[in-house]
Design a protein around this ligand. Structure first.
Ligand code: ZN
Length: 304
């Protein structure tokens, strides 16, 4: 346990990434009295405001996207603020980058470095720099975050403050490994799981807020089992969030928890029962929503 409350700052490519990749972990820290700042770098509107995408599909060039962008940006930010509030933190910063502007650029790096200098986090959480999620924006923002972390360590220019962040983690580092033929996990690995079983209900409710992406309802419950539940399966708990440290931790003793000590004497049935706990998937749906098989693919559609 640290001797003072710590400051955590998460840098997310898209609005929902600010809590759906590491939100359970951040909820633990917020509840302990640590401060949490979520930096939402892009609006997420061009790549996954599905309502706008659907209108564009239906109306083609006739649909004036630009006329709807600001409203959509505000909607997404409101959704994410509501979601973060459920996870126990309020400080959500919006950098307003376009999410179809995918290059690693100096202005993106500087903007993230400026927030680091202002917030002065002890722990920085970003995307893995080679991760391809969200039109590759996760990797772009992950790279920008590492460069910003390096920039903030330096002297800066003019009156810029200096803030070296001691610890940098990548969230959900293997999220897209196996999803496409470019992700091969060369440098992506999980070296730390956080057991989020006690806050999984809050995470499902937070996901319910993201209606512009149709995350709410059946999907958020399914996601709790297939993503957080799958990581839990690997960690031998019900639900977990995975992380990768950028640099190895330096300690005096080899770390071992009380839970690890007890595991030696724990029967195999106990561990499987712990893994088998279902909470998120059994939560009641929001009013007016239902599970449906209407979107299933008919087997004939798989004829090649
Ligand atoms: Zn994303």
């Amino acid at each position: 346990m640290p001797t003072r409350p710590i400051r955590l700052m998460i840098v997310a490519a898209h609005p929902a990434d600010s809590f759906d990749q590491a939100g359970g972990t951040l909820a633990h820290h917020a509840a302990r009295g640590d401060s949490v700042t979520a930096v939402v770098t892009t609006t997420g509107v061009r790549s996954h405001h599905w309502e706008l995408a659907e209108k564009k599909r239906e109306m083609g060039a006739e649909f004036d996207v630009e006329a709807s962008v600001q409203k959509a940006v505000n909607e997404k930010l409101e959704e994410v603020r509501a979601a973060c509030r459920i996870m126990g933190f309020e400080d959500v910063r919006d950098l307003g980058f376009e999410d179809d502007d995918i290059l690693v650029t100096q202005d993106k790096i500087e903007a993230i470095a400026d927030v680091i200098r202002e917030v002065k986090p002890d722990v920085l959480i970003g995307h893995h720099p080679y991760e391809s999620g969200g039109f590759k924006m996760h990797g772009t923002v992950g790279q920008c975050t590492i460069y910003a972390w390096q920039l903030a360590q330096g002297t800066g220019r003019g009156t810029q403050e200096r803030h070296p962040v001691p610890v940098l983690y990548f969230m959900n580092p293997t999220a897209y490994v196996g999803n496409n033929s470019l992700e091969y996990a060369g440098t992506s690995r999980t070296d730390l799981y956080v057991d989020i079983t006690d806050v999984i209900e809050r995470k499902v409710k937070a996901l319910d807020m993201i209606t512009s992406q149709f995350y709410g309802g059946p999907y958020s419950r399914k996601r709790s089992e297939t993503s957080d539940g799958a990581y839990g399966q690997a960690a031998s708990v019900a639900y977990a969030e995975p992380f990768q440290r950028f640099q190895p931790q330096v300690l005096y003793y080899l770390p071992i928890t009380e839970h690890e000590l007890e595991a030696r004497d724990e029967g195999p049935g106990f561990g499987m029962a712990r893994r088998g706990e279902v909470v998120g998937g059994l939560m009641p749906l929001p009013p007016g929503m239902e599970y449906t098989s209407a979107s299933r693919v008919a087997k004939e559609k798989y004829t090649t």
